[in-house]
Design a protein around this ligand. Structure first.
Ligand SMILES: [Zn+2]
Ligand SMILES: [Zn+2]
Length: 162
């Protein structure tokens, strides 16, 4: 258990000022755009309430590492692909395919490696929601692949090395 000592806003600013620090006024979204910012967010998430935790992990999921993994996979949904369905959800107005990055081990758990490319699954928006809310289970988190169960179907999905 941790305990906190209440500190006034003024005292906090004073400490910051004396330490020569500028108050970080970046939004979560701006922080999620850089690796250093993502680490800050990870730290903040460890102390945050569940609502803020899930908001932070959503920002991180849209961040730079997820982008990289999506690029490598050509924005193809890994579940659609394994099921033999059309893996591209839709094309954006700029003609580029849309996909989402799902962290298999939730970022909010702050386990080592949650930010690594090998923890990210590329999914269409539908399968991404299903991974969070539906009958989706990771049966095995292997070195090179996951074995997952979705609506009772077992699939092997490759991990992406960065
Ligand atoms: Zn899909
Ligand atoms: Zn997700």
């Amino acid at each position: 258990m941790t305990s906190t000592i209440p500190i006034s806003r003024r005292a906090f600013s004073e400490v910051y000022h004396r330490a020569g620090l500028t108050r970080p006024n970046l939004t979560d979204e701006q922080k999620a755009a850089t690796i250093a910012g993502v680490r800050t967010l990870e730290l903040e998430a460890s102390k945050a309430d569940p609502t803020r935790k899930s908001r932070i992990s959503r920002h991180i999921e849209r961040g730079p590492i997820g982008q990289k993994v999506k690029e490598i996979r050509g924005c193809r949904c890994q579940i659609c692909e394994a099921l033999g369905s059309e893996p591209i959800a839709f094309l954006r107005r700029n003609g580029r395919p849309f996909a989402e990055a799902h962290h298999v081990q939730p970022v909010s758990l702050l386990m080592a490696g949650t930010l690594a490319g090998s923890n990210i699954m590329v999914l269409c928006p539908n399968h991404h929601r299903q991974a969070h809310l539906g009958n989706f289970e990771v049966l095995e988190d292997g070195r090179h692949q996951w074995r997952i169960s979705i609506d009772g179907r077992v699939l092997a999905l490759p991990k992406t090395a960065l």
